[in-house]
Design a protein around this ligand. Structure first.
Ligand code: SAH
Ligand code: DHB
Ligand code: MG
Length: 222
């Protein structure tokens, strides 16, 4: 079994089940043209996020790590007309590309891109007394994942869904001896959740056009 096969199956599934969306494709093209790293979620992962948001009946979504707004558009399309998505991005060039992509998708009235480090933006959101988010997608710098998880828990309600991207890292999750701060981040999250009664969580390993990785899903308990 190889990455080429995972990619071929991903392409097959995408061609059959995922309708072409000009604004999502334009967002990827514009992101690439602007030199952004090609690390957005895959189409099948984007659709999964959208299905989860629909299933959750999400009306308020928080995203940490916007990049070019590709996952943002997938998620925002799950919202009702009066829904809201706040997405946090530290890199001004990324935020600018994302804002243009989001506007082209006709979602600028739904999505707010907040420029700045997520730690600061989360503090600010909390200080504003923002209403709880129904769904959170954590996909920024990996060493800060435990801090982001804790902060977003404070902005959620029982039943809120928190999704964390890139938690398996080609199995690096198992490497207790690693000096990678990214892997420390995802290992620490799992260790913390092992004894955290506030959420019920699992991690799904994934393969596909983005290689071997995984997402953690956590639902906030009553
Ligand atoms: N969710 C996007 C991919 C995000 S890539 C998608 O799937 O389409 C990670 C993004 O997080 C990058 O754009 C990076 O600039 C941003 N980022 C990194 N560190 C950050 C921080 N401390 N605060 C906010 N954003 C950060
Ligand atoms: C990286 C970050 C991501 O959010 C992702 O989905 C894949 C890779 C990275 O920083 O390498
Ligand atoms: Mg990611």
């Amino acid at each position: 079994m190889s990455e080429a096969q995972w990619t071929a199956v991903d392409r097959y599934v995408t061609e059959l089940l995922i309708a072409p969306d000009p604004s999502l494709e334009a967002a990827l093209r514009a992101s690439e043209a602007a030199g952004l790293p090609t690390i957005a979620v895959s189409p099948s992962q984007g659709k999964l996020l959208q299905l989860l948001a629909r299933t959750a009946g999400a009306r308020r979504i928080l995203e940490i790590g916007t990049l070019g707004g590709y996952s943002t558009i997938w998620l925002a399309r799950a919202l009702p007309a009066d829904g809201r998505l706040v997405t946090l991005e530290a890199n001004p060039a990324h935020a600018e590309v994302a804002a243009a992509n989001i506007a082209r998708a006709g979602l600028d009235h739904v999505v707010q891109v907040r420029l700045g480090r997520a730690t600061d933006a989360l503090e600010q959101l909390a200080a504003e007394g923002t209403a709880p988010f129904d769904l959170v997608f954590i996909d920024a710098d990996k060493p800060n994942i435990p801090a982001y998880f804790e902060a977003t828990l404070g902005m959620s309600r029982p039943g809120s869904l928190i999704i964390v991207d890139n938690v398996v890292r080609e199995g690096g999750l198992l490497d207790a001896e690693t000096d990678s701060p990214d892997i420390h981040g995802v290992r620490r999250l799992h260790e913390l959740l092992a004894t955290d009664v506030r959420v019920s969580a699992t991690t799904m390993q994934t393969v596909g056009s983005k290689g071997y990785d995984g997402m953690l899903l956590a639902v906030v308990n009553d």
